[in-house]
Write a protein that binds this ligand. Structure first.
Ligand code: AHM
Ligand code: MG
Length: 351
């Protein structure tokens, strides 16, 4: 008979044949989003940040459930209104915004929030002790909702200039001043990718546990890739440099593959995993590009840099841009360092 001290090892060894071999994980190492972020908390500030991120994780689980039940729960289709961008809102856009905003207000850790779905900065009047500002796109990739193609949620977190005080200017900080950023991808699996200013960690939602489990520790983007991702339907409006770069990767000895989902979260997630480039460039039709600086470009660029990649406006580091208004758009190119440097060279040469 084994002693009590031996038992855990025995359990481990016997279960290794089934669960652990099948999943190739040590159950002993199983780390959830909750334990990961609580382990990063060292003082009052970081404990508040942990609570905030935990709240966002729960919101993402809620939205993941809605995505899975989309047609069944009558969540598909248009909401019948337009958002601040003049874009038609989908029912899921509205639900995701409500989930994010209500849970963040309730967390009492924010002084202000910016959502893609709301024109003005949202003051968190009930959060007297809040010390963070949260910017988010609650549901990105709206055009993919009704055909069950991957969509996501994006968020970035800044420090407020003064604890408990709402100051609209706090929402216009450059991306480099973020303290955390992340996204949830509602795809064939639900992933949550997060950085709290250090390494980039990837979690997968285990729906039987109802937990995000750490599956992709220390994500690092390859220095060079073989994929480019851009809406080539816009190529008639592209600059000479952009057209020449895409021709270069298409007609070189080992041509790059094109992958474009039309959901930034999904396209950037693939870029993080496999390398290559994701672009939404400036063009003659949309000189500022399409993607929103604050809650789309900044968080994804922050994650990309923390994973060892690069994020550029086409000529300079995007995280250094100081926003002028909360719904500002910005051209963006991000991904493997060597590929993004190539894009910058092509764009500069054609100026
Ligand atoms: P959305 O926030 O309304 O969903 O728009 C943003 C999305 C991004 O996810 C994606 O990269 C881009 O729009 C795709 O745009 P296009 O259809 O012009 O290629
Ligand atoms: Mg969006």
């Amino acid at each position: 008979m084994s002693t009590a001290a031996e038992t855990p090892e025995l359990v481990r060894k016997s279960s290794r044949n089934s669960l652990e071999d099948a999943l190739d994980v040590d159950v002993e190492d199983l780390q959830t989003l909750g334990t990961y972020i609580l382990n990063t908390a060292v003082d009052e500030d970081t404990t508040d940040l942990s609570i905030l991120i935990q709240t966002i994780g729960t919101s993402c689980k809620y939205i993941a459930n809605c995505v899975r039940k989309l047609g069944l729960a009558r969540l598909a289709g248009k909401a019948g209104a337009t958002n601040v961008q003049g874009e038609e809102q989908m029912k899921l856009d509205v639900v995701a915004h409500e989930v994010f905003s209500r849970s963040l207000v309730r967390s009492k850790r924010c002084t202000a929030m910016v959502s893609e779905e709301v024109e003005e900065v949202i003051p968190c009047v009930s959060s007297r002790d809040g010390r963070y500002v949260c910017v988010y796109d609650p549901l990105d990739g709206s055009s993919n909702i009704d055909c069950s193609v991957s969509i996501g949620s994006i968020f970035g977190i800044y420090k407020a200039s003064e604890k408990g005080k709402f100051d609209e200017k706090d929402t216009l900080q450059p991306g480099r001043d973020m303290v955390a950023a992340g996204y949830a991808l509602y795809g064939s699996a639900c992933n949550l990718v997060l950085t709290i200013g250090g390494s980039v960690q990837g979690f997968t939602l285990d729906s039987s546990l109802g937990e995000f489990v750490l599956t992709h520790p220390n994500i690092a983007v390859p220095r060079k890739g073989k994929i480019y991702s851009v809406n080539e339907g816009n190529s008639r409006w592209w600059s000479k440099g952009m057209s020449e770069y895409v021709n270069h990767v298409k007609f070189k000895d080992e041509p790059h593959s094109l992958r474009y989902i039309g959901s930034m979260v999904a396209d950037v997630h693939r870029t993080l995993m496999y390398g290559g480039t994701f672009s939404y460039p400036s063009d003659a039709k949309s000189p500022d590009g399409k993607l929103r600086l604050l809650y789309e470009c900044f968080p994804m660029a922050y994650i990309m840099e923390k994973a060892g990649g690069m994020a550029s406006t086409g000529s300079s580091r995007i995280l250094d841009v100081v926003p002028k208004h909360i719904h500002q758009r910005m051209p963006i190119h991000m991904g493997s360092v060597e590929d993004i440097l190539d894009i910058e060279r092509f764009l500069a040469a054609s100026e």
